[in-house]
Design a protein around this ligand. Structure first.
Ligand SMILES: Cc1ncc(COP(=O)(O)O)c(C=O)c1O
Length: 431
């Protein structure tokens, strides 16, 4: 594809996106203009503010309201959208599925998370990855699964489905915001001879607690228990290395902290654990069976869980999202979000009328801050911040928490944080 063609593709993609999203023509036009110069800037410590402003400019995300819900859905930066749109158009030009492009994407994504290419498969979201594990492990009535009470429905429903379907028993612990040791202790206290699986959210979606995953992996290994991690809130927020953790399986979303397009996700299945998860959805690309009837052979890799016609544009863009973060530097991405969340915590922790639920210990948290208002329920505080202060956060109502979560990521600015601080302080006077 030549340059003119590519420029046309970018404009076409954004115009379409703007129309679909109901954006104004002006907003779509400005996003189109931005698309022609979408490249990742080079970091200069002496001009850090300028650098982060240039990064922010790569996102077509509108400035109003200030977007603070990456934990729910991450906006996609322009270079990633460009790959998405151009791949889609190239495939449309030949009416091809582009399935062969999955392998190139696998080569990019796997090393980013400490996996071998044959250990990962592309799924639609973290929920699908969690579901493949819950439905695919050989479990019998009375077998026990441990996970935390703050699990997202995408992490808990797959197991409660097994409670209904196979009589599996669920044993739950409340995640502690105090220490790794406390979380480990709570998990250990639930382990019995019938425990078959431990699952944790790498970072909880409620208070943003980082779980001691390597220590839990060691515990699970020593007891012959499967260890699965729901990483919807971690990959793309913090550097993650599955091999170093030592888990058996790990699922994550592309469309949150990585900023990949909607409906992208990855399931990791350790090479020597492949045979332990029976494929639940299966079809073309999952294995071989040339003549019917005959014996179905599963693919000798995690791709046995991939099947049918898929969105190769989205998968190519997921790989581009990884490259985008690599260009910025994954440590720099993590430090930026963490630093902004720390600023929020530091400035709000002593405010009367607010309680920070996120751990105070910097090592126990990532790029999120969750706060409770003494009088206002989650929905009231959420509406107040959105309508009066133009801050798009996320209400947290899991387990009756009644809080609001603020996600800070690489496109969040210091002035966005100042507005969050001002809005939350105002809420203590006005609500
Ligand atoms: C911990 C956790 N697991 C799973 C999910 C669901 O993610 P997805 O939409 O990618 O399935 C979320 C979404 O917020 C989450 O926070």
């Amino acid at each position: 594809m030549n340059l003119d063609r590519r420029t046309f593709v970018q404009g076409f993609g954004l115009g379409t996106l703007g129309a679909l999203a109901g954006c104004t023509t002006a907003a779509a036009a400005s996003a189109t203009a931005r698309s022609t110069s979408a490249s990742v800037p080079v970091f200069n410590p002496a001009r850090a503010d300028e650098y982060w402003r240039s990064v922010r400019a790569l996102y077509p995300l509108l400035e109003d309201p200030v977007y603070l819900n990456t934990g729910g859905l991450g906006p996609t930066p322009q270079p990633v959208l460009d790959t998405f749109f151009s791949t889609m158009l190239e495939l449309q030009e030949h009416s091809e599925t582009g399935h062969a492009r999955f392998e190139a994407a696998r080569e990019t994504v796997a090393p980013f998370v400490g996996a071998k290419p044959e250990e990962i498969c592309f799924v639609r979201n973290a929920t699908e990855g969690n579901s493949i594990i819950a439905a695919g492990l050989s479990l019998r009535e009375g077998d026990e699964v441990i996970f935390e009470t703050h699990a997202h429905p995408g992490g808990s429903f797959p197991w409660f489905n097994q409670v209904r379907q196979r009589g599996v028993k669920v044993r739950l612990f409340d995640p502690a915001a105090t220490s790794d040791e406390e979380n480990l202790k709570r998990i250990k206290a639930l382990v019995t001879d019938r425990t078959r699986v431990i699952q944790v959210s790498h970072i909880t979606c409620t208070a943003g607690v980082v779980m001691p995953v390597a220590a839990i992996a060691a515990l699970a290994r020593s007891r012959g228990i499967w260890f699965h991690i729901d990483g919807a809130q971690s990959v793309g927020m913090v550097p993650v290395d599955f091999a170093a953790i030592g888990c058996d399986s790990y699922a994550f979303s592309g469309h949150k902290w990585l900023g990949a397009p909607h409906e992208t996700g990855v399931l990791f299945l350790r090479r020597d654990r492949l045979a332990d998860v029976a494929p639940t959805g299966i079809g073309a690309h999952s294995g071989e069976l040339d003549y019917l009837p005959g014996e179905l052979k599963y693919a000798e890799s995690a791709t046995r869980h991939e099947y049918g016609t898929r969105n190769a544009g989205a998968v190519a863009a997921l790989a581009e999202a990884v490259r985008f973060q690599q260009k910025i530097g994954r440590d720099r991405v993590a430090a930026r979000g963490h630093g902004l969340a720390s600023r929020l915590i530091d400035e709000l922790k002593a405010v009367e009328g607010l309680t920070i639920l996120t751990p105070r210990d910097p090592a126990l948290r990532g790029s999120m801050m969750t706060v409770q208002h003494t009088r206002a329920k989650a929905s009231v505080l959420f509406d107040f911040l959105l309508k009066k202060h133009h801050l798009r956060c996320r209400p947290v109502t899991e387990q009756g928490l009644q809080a609001v979560r603020v996600s800070t990521h690489l496109f969040t600015s210091q002035s966005d944080c100042e507005r969050v601080i001002a809005g939350l302080k105002a809420s203590t006077r006005e609500l």
